[in-house]
Design a protein. Structure first.
Length: 357
């Protein structure tokens, strides 16, 4: 069945390709990458996480810089893809979350994807707009909680839902024990449970809620496996890092090309969540218990205590985006080591959709 026949949409816009590009902060998925992905008929996503790090006043007023940059990056994306589907990934854990959501709405976003916590009040922040909302969930429990809450409080349900598995990059919605427990087969069981939860709300609201599977989607076989599990599409992040259009520094991209399987490790973020990253000299120091000096707080995460953290995640992710690889937190997906070359966005999408590429 052709995608057009399935009628897979985000709001009023038709998807040509069942791919949602994952949001990657800080500065990895900005306007250029999101616009390029949207131009190819997929969903391009800008990460709002410290999006204003290049603004001149970022060190003195990060919130103001970030709000300004949301509009700037959307303008860049729209210049590349005027009619494509372009959204924002905005983490619930971010300070000023509501401000960033409202600014993204004003900037003309089509979609807001929210994880790193449950986006309980997201419907309120987009009320009165046509913006579509998509929670990220990893378990049946989290899907039940957020959909039930939205239903009871706002009489609204998700427009799209992202199921993020344990092979994803960056911050993960699992404990370290859960990451070790889940393999492809056991997580397939969890996916089916989540799908059953979603089906209940599809029936209640008389609408289709497209499901996108995220985490470890690396090739055409992975896409087929997701579709066989009843997904409507996939969310892909790591594959887009090593593209010409990715907003990251070339040295960040080369870190993926140079990584081995043994270099991909589970790390503990200073904000308390497990994550997946490339092992480098910076992370070796952190894992050895070294305290890394950091800049004054830029107010990124709600529950961060600057006086207690082993290192500043904003500093480490900005270093990554700028290519200062040895002083950076190099977030990545489980299969980042498979990256072999720098490609175009068009080539990546073709390889995901076509077994012969």
């Amino acid at each position: 069945m052709k995608l057009e026949e399935k009628g897979l949409r985000v709001g009023e816009k038709q998807l040509k390709v069942p791919i949602l590009q994952g949001g990657m902060g800080v500065g990895i998925s900005l306007g250029r990458l999101a616009g390029s992905v949207a131009k190819e008929g997929a969903v391009g996503i800008i990460s709002a996480a410290q999006i204003g790090y290049q603004e001149p006043d970022f060190d003195t007023d990060a919130r103001k810089a970030n709000l300004r940059a949301i509009g700037k990056e959307m303008e860049k994306a729209r210049a590349i893809s005027p009619d494509g589907i372009i959204g924002f990934n905005i983490m619930v854990a971010m300070r000023h979350y509501e401000d960033y959501v409202r600014e993204a709405v004003c900037a003309g976003t089509d979609l807001i994807i929210s994880g790193a916590g449950l986006p309980t009040e997201l419907p309120k922040y987009v009320a009165g707009s046509s913006v579509q909302i998509a929670p990220i969930v990893s378990t049946e429990k989290s899907a039940k909680v957020i959909l039930k809450y939205w239903d009871k409080k706002y009489q609204r349900t998700a427009d799209v839902l992202v199921i993020e598995g344990p092979s994803a990059g960056g911050h993960l919605g699992f404990t370290k024990e859960q990451i070790a427990y889940y393999d492809v087969e056991t997580y397939a069981g969890e996916i089916k449970k989540i799908k059953n939860v979603v089906r209940e709300y599809e029936e209640r609201y008389g609408k289709k809620i497209p499901l996108f599977l995220a985490g470890g989607i690396e090739n055409h076989s992975d896409v087929n496996r997701a579709l066989a599990l009843g997904m409507d599409g996939v969310q892909v992040a790591t594959r887009f890092v090593t593209t010409k259009e990715c907003d990251a520094d070339q040295r960040y991209k080369e870190a993926y090309l140079n990584a081995t399987e043994e270099d991909i490790v589970i790390v503990k973020s200073p904000v308390g969540m497990p994550g997946r990253a490339i092992l480098n000299s910076f992370m070796k120091k952190v894992m050895a218990g070294e305290q890394i000096p950091h800049s004054p707080c830029h107010g990124c995460i709600k529950n961060c205590r600057p006086q207690e953290i082993p290192y500043c995640i904003t500093d480490a992710l900005i270093a990554a985006a700028k290519g200062d690889i040895e002083h950076a937190l190099l977030f990545c997906g489980a299969y980042a080591y498979r990256a072999q070359k720098i490609e175009t966005v068009k080539e990546v999408i073709a390889s995901l959709m076509n077994p012969c590429v």
